[in-house]
Design a protein around this ligand. Structure first.
Ligand SMILES: Cc1ncc(C[n+]2csc(CCOP(=O)(O)OP(=O)(O)O)c2C)c(N)n1
Length: 544
């Protein structure tokens, strides 16, 4: 047995799920051996896409994501997705191979460790055949425990050496660390319970650490008992989609009506939320509120600002349960009134809009149709760009069927994230909502969707350019050169790759395309022509 075959057996035993891959000299023998053992692969057309798909896949499992690229130029392609996975705290193992150890010169040689470390990820060179099996297991465990990407570098001449160890007794199962149960400090809980009792205007803000069914139910109960309103971070969007007294997403994407309610909050209790700067709109969202953070890793300072006044270390379930137990009786005053119910409902409804005069669709008209046509059983994937403001206004979709990963602010991930989600949930139609610039950046992955028969519809918010830049440049009176491109024919491109391709210039076109996709179960792209004249409220307030 060769070392790469032994390594393949280890990965087979670890059973990490689908491997997202792009092959080259440093990983092809190993990947072939994993495949021969029955491993499932999605072969992408760009290394970034392989790791991005694995990131989205892992985000929605309690396992470690699994991807492979070749060494050197294969690895350097993933420099944008590694920091995203690091910041989103996604556990991931990337088998990257490494240039041969015993050659004096190799064209694709690069010092991989500092490259990976510059991205914030962990690099494990696997050079010692005697310890290589245990080293792999340790590395996967490191990824799982630390919730971070780990890149494995196995020189491919080492991979081809004979394996002299014994893996016959390799453990058949691998213990993935379960989510920590951390009980909060009793006194801290008592004093927060007291504070909630005496505060009229409280908002409970839930993040990704609070998205389990159990945590969600407890938080809803706590909000009812304490008379608090509910809100979520952007990634946890939809957690309270069926609740009254919800403000939807906190931060810059909150509607103006929601912002005017946030402004009045006296206490914000964050549960399982990172308290990121965006979530508080840089501090503008809740200017007078005392902020309490209940989290496994609470921090006073986050992203250059004071994020919380009180920190309680606990997991969302234990912490919320403890608050419910400590809270006695009724709140002294509550802002859960009949009037507030109307205010919060209004804050979540789509704002009125006037159709643009250039004949293209208003982005809110697109959202209106998407809300009507996308069933809650479909999984919505969303990314960055100006259009993300509008997609954030889709408040009725449940969190369990919604994925957004925006850490690092990069465009171009939508097609790859959709691949990972479609692979994770083969029973769900996946609907990707993305900008034309972003789709164009990794459009080759449409071919991956077609080849693997993945049930994905890409809805392109096509404003003919980089809307984010267009609106900012226009507001400052600067040239639009480099940000306006015209509208490429995504429908034809999609058809060229083997998808169903349609162009939508009316709301009815969009509705028909979605219905046809839901009926067909095969990949599609719908190129929606929107106006480039409608700047989101977030952009409008930028002062130049
Ligand atoms: C990888 C990367 N390159 C460039 C940018 C700068 N950028 C931010 S938004 C944007 C435009 C995105 O255009 P599109 O996807 O069409 O969405 P829109 O803003 O038009 O809604 C660009 C180029 C970025 N964030 N990430």
């Amino acid at each position: 047995m060769k070392i790469y075959e032994a390594l393949a057996k280890v990965f087979h035993t670890l059973d990490l799920g689908t491997c997202f891959a792009l092959l080259g000299d440093a990983n092809m023998n190993w990947a072939g051996a994993v495949s021969d053992l029955g491993g499932r692969f999605i072969y992408t057309r760009h290394e970034h896409a392989a790791v991005a798909a694995a990131t989205a896949y892992a985000r929605s499992t309690d396992k470690v994501g699994f991807a492979t690229v070749t060494c050197g130029p294969g690895l350097t392609q993933v420099m944008t997705i590694l920091p995203i996975a690091v910041r989103a705290r996604v556990p991931l193992v990337l088998f990257a191979g490494e240039a041969p150890l015993h050659k004096e010169w190799y064209n694709q040689m690069i010092d991989q460790a500092p490259f990976v470390q510059a991205c914030g990820a962990h690099y494990v060179p696997l050079h010692n055949p005697d310890t290589i099996i245990q080293d792999v297991i340790n590395a996967v465990q490191h990824a799982a425990r630390e919730r971070m990407p780990v890149v494995l570098g196995v020189p491919f001449d080492v991979q081809k050496q004979d394996f002299t160890g014994d893996i016959s007794t390799l453990k058949a199962t691998f213990e993935f660390p379960t989510l920590d149960v951390v009980h909060p400090n009793h006194d801290a809980i008592q004093s927060v319970a007291q504070l909630l009792q005496n505060t009229e205007k409280t908002v409970i803000l839930a993040g990704m650490g609070a998205t389990s069914d159990h945590a969600q139910k407890l938080i809803v109960e706590l909000a009812e008992v304490t008379g608090s309103l509910l809100a979520t971070t952007l990634p946890a969007k939809g957690l309270f989609h069926d609740q009254a007294f919800s403000l939807g997403v906190a931060g810059g994407y909150a509607s103006d009506a929601a912002k005017s309610i946030f402004e009045r909050a006296e206490v914000v209790l964050g549960i399982g939320a990172r308290m990121a700067s965006h979530t508080f709109d840089g501090g503008r969202l809740t200017p007078i509120a005392q902020v309490i953070q209940l989290d496994l890793e609470p921090q006073e300072q986050v992203q250059g600002r004071k994020a919380s006044d009180v920190q309680i270390t606990a997991d969302a379930i234990s912490g919320t349960q403890a608050l419910l137990t400590a809270y006695q009786g009724q709140p002294a005053k509550t802002w859960r009134t009949y009037t507030m119910q109307g205010e919060t409902a209004a804050a979540l409804s789509l704002p009125q809009f006037t159709p643009p005069t250039d004949g293209f669709l208003h982005p809110l008209a697109v959202i209106e149709t998407l809300q009507q046509e996308i069933p809650k059983t479909a999984h919505v994937v969303n990314t960055s760009g100006h259009c993300a403001y509008y997609t954030a206004q889709m408040n009725a979709h449940p969190q369990s069927h919604y994925t957004v990963i925006r850490d690092f602010g990069a465009i171009g991930n939508g097609t790859s994230f959709a691949l990972g989600i479609a692979e994770r949930y083969p029973d769900r139609p996946v609907i990707l909502l993305d900008g034309d610039g972003s789709v164009m950046m990794h459009i080759q992955e449409l071919e991956t969707m077609a080849r693997h028969g993945l049930n994905i519809m890409t809805v392109v918010f096509n404003d003919g350019g980089y809307g984010s830049e267009v609106h900012k440049l226009r507001a400052s009176g600067a040239t639009l050169a480099g940000s306006v491109f015209g509208r490429p024919d995504f429908a034809s491109v999609g058809r060229g790759f083997g998808l169903t391709g349609t162009t939508a210039t009316t709301q009815d076109d969009i509705a028909q395309a979605i219905r046809a996709f839901l009926n067909s179960g095969s990949p599609a792209i719908c190129d929606v022509h929107i106006s480039d004249t409608i700047a989101s409220p977030q952009i409008q307030r930028i002062k130049h």
